[in-house]
Design a protein around this ligand. Structure first.
Ligand code: ZN
Ligand code: ZN
Length: 250
């Protein structure tokens, strides 16, 4: 587990932004160079950041690894107080299907997205309903967690990636989760040394789900990380959006 204890003070969590994309991710702005990100992090007073570019299928790992090598070299040559992790936003794209399954791949931080259901090739339920997406999410996460394959789950349980294809609200899938189910999956994650991300965009997209996850997690001692999913330089600093996040969670 990356953070070994639960931190529930949002201001303290915001010293670490553990979800930043560099311009190796096609969806990030060209300005997201290693140098620019580090200087934005320095300006924001961050203590630790994680660079997590998208990586989907195992066949993309070669290129991904080359990019990580470049980033690691830049990091190692840098004299900086900020701890910089070179990781990835890996993909759990089906039941028992995830990027690093069965592979011996070295990385410093395994952030796993499970709910990028808008991505081609991602497993879908047989019948498209919010309840079925929730059940599929449970099955996918159960296997990923059992294998201790992830350090953190990115934007967990959130249904915002389904809104475009289905016309559902951001809260349609989130509202299917009962408090008991949220408690069970957070416990499962904790027992398998995996954190849940308080992803600032996801928190604001489905506030009721985020609030329940945070409160139930606090009770069971779950470990949370904070990440802005930065694709632009201005979103490297979580403080810009922290008041809104706190209004949802506290
Ligand atoms: Zn993501
Ligand atoms: Zn991301």
């Amino acid at each position: 587990m990356f953070l070994t204890r639960g931190i529930y003070d949002i201001d303290e969590l915001a010293h670490y932004n553990l979800h930043i994309h560099t311009n190796f991710s096609g969806c990030a702005k060209p300005e997201m160079s290693f140098e620019n990100i580090v200087s934005a992090a320095k300006q924001a007073g961050l203590e630790m950041i994680a660079l997590c570019d998208h990586i989907y299928k195992p066949e993309d790992l070669k290129e991904f690894n080359e990019n990580c090598k470049i980033l690691r070299k830049k990091r190692d040559e840098l004299d900086s107080d900020i701890k910089i992790l070179i990781g990835g936003e890996f993909s759990c794209y089906g039941t028992d299907k995830y990027t690093l399954k069965g592979l011996d791949f070295e990385t410093e931080y395994r952030l796993y997205a499970q709910n990028h259901f808008h991505v081609k090739g991602w497993e879908q339920p047989d019948v498209i309903t919010p309840e079925n997406y929730k059940e599929l999410t449970k099955a996918m996460l159960r296997n990923l967690l059992k294998d201790k394959a992830a350090d953190t789950i990115a934007h967990p349980l959130n249904g915002k990636y389904l809104t475009k294809s289905t016309g559902w609200s951001n809260e349609a899938v989130g509202s299917c989760w009962t408090d008991n189910e949220i408690g069970d999956i957070l416990t499962d994650a904790y027992n398998n040394e995996c954190a849940f991300e308080l992803n600032t965009g996801a928190v604001l997209a489905d506030a009721p789900l985020a609030r329940r996850m945070y409160n139930i997690g606090k009770e069971i001692g779950a470990v949370f990380t904070l990440g802005t999913d930065a694709h632009t330089l201005e979103s490297v600093d979580p403080k810009r959006i922290l008041d809104e996040v706190k209004r949802v969670l506290l």
